[in-house]
Design a protein around this ligand. Structure first.
Ligand code: GLU
Length: 311
């Protein structure tokens, strides 16, 4: 059976990009008569207070996007808040440590920044702390608590994305040793998402193309932990009318502004039109879009929003 998920990070009010993500995840799973899990990715407790998570749950309900397991529905694989699942991440980390794949990194943000070419958004970690001796580690640990990094091999990790097709990265060359835990103790997204998607039995992951380049790292973790990866579908990003990436700062794209202008059905119909599978743009429930939806109709290039979403 197909199992898909919504995995929002409640760092603010839900916006058009999250809504499109949830709609596509819902349609992709429901089209195959699968089930959906809602998992709240609130590892960053300071940025993700409970009231935002509660608001997000309410917003999903308003949109009519339902889930079978998660907050409010229960289920066998809870808790469904990442902030309550840290023992699982710790256990996975210890398995990696036991294989000598993890090392402490004492680099400061400024050092990391200086070591990377300024135009690179995803800087390759140059391996500064990889070869420290035990004595050097002990000496640095007195002054600074370290982050933890995973050693990556000089090896290509590839997969066939259900929407964008073939994608590959050489982890050492294109990414470098990546973080599993920050110096403040917070587990990294890459580790948490793999542990949770596997523990919750996900067979498919639908998310924005900004996470495409995270997938090879996650595939490496699946391999190391002996877990089966899901199928991935990365959909194009929504851009603001001027071509910028849409962000939480775009107030018009937030649901508080949208709710004042329109209904859930009008919003879903319009988003489905922009995403290529609902030419009329007529208001519709999510279920009403099931027949028209197919991944082939969704564009592969980013989608630029019109100046006005609704006339
Ligand atoms: N929590 C992430 C986000 O809201 C999504 C992670 C994922 O889908 O893998 O951007």
């Amino acid at each position: 059976m197909t199992v898909g998920r919504f995995a929002p990070s409640p760092s603010g009010r839900i916006h058009l990009g999250n809504i499109l993500c949830c709609l596509l995840a819902w349609l992709s799973a429901r089209k195959k008569e699968g089930k959906l899990v809602l998992r709240i990715e609130d590892l960053d407790a300071a940025r993700c207070p409970m009231r935002h998570a509660e608001q997000m749950i309410e917003d999903l309900r308003w949109l009519g996007l339902d889930w079978d397991e998660g907050p409010g529905s229960g289920g066998p694989d809870g808790p469904y808040f990442q902030s309550q699942r840290t023992a699982l991440y710790q256990a996975a980390l210890e398995r990696l440590e036991a294989r000598d794949l993890v090392y402490p990194c004492f680099c400061t943000r400024a050092e990391l920044h200086a070591a990377s070419a300024p135009h690179r958004r995803d800087a390759v970690y140059p391996g500064t702390c990889r070869g420290l001796t035990p004595a050097q580690r002990a000496e640095r640990a007195v002054r600074r608590s370290p982050a933890l990094r995973l050693r990556v091999p000089d090896k290509e990790f590839s997969f066939i994305d259900g929407h964008v097709g073939y994608y590959a990265e050489n982890l050492e060359r294109d990414c470098g040793d990546f973080l599993l835990r920050r110096s403040d103790g917070m587990f990294a997204y890459q580790l948490a998402v793999v542990v949770d998607d596997a523990a919750m039995g996900m067979t498919e992951v639908v998310r924005g193309a900004d996470l495409l380049s995270s997938t090879p790292r996650q595939l490496y973790l699946y391999q190391l932990l002996g877990l089966t990866p899901p199928e991935f579908f990365h959909f194009p990003l929504l851009l603001a009318p001027d071509g910028r990436r849409l962000s939480k700062r775009d107030a018009d794209a937030g649901l508080d502004s949208l709710q004042g202008q329109t209904s859930a059905e009008a919003l879903l119909g319009r988003l489905a039109q922009l995403a290529g599978f609902h030419p009329s743009g007529e208001p519709s429930t999510a279920a009403g879009l099931l027949e028209e939806f197919s991944w082939e109709k969704v564009p592969r290039k980013d989608i630029r929003l019109p100046e006005r979403l609704f006339e």
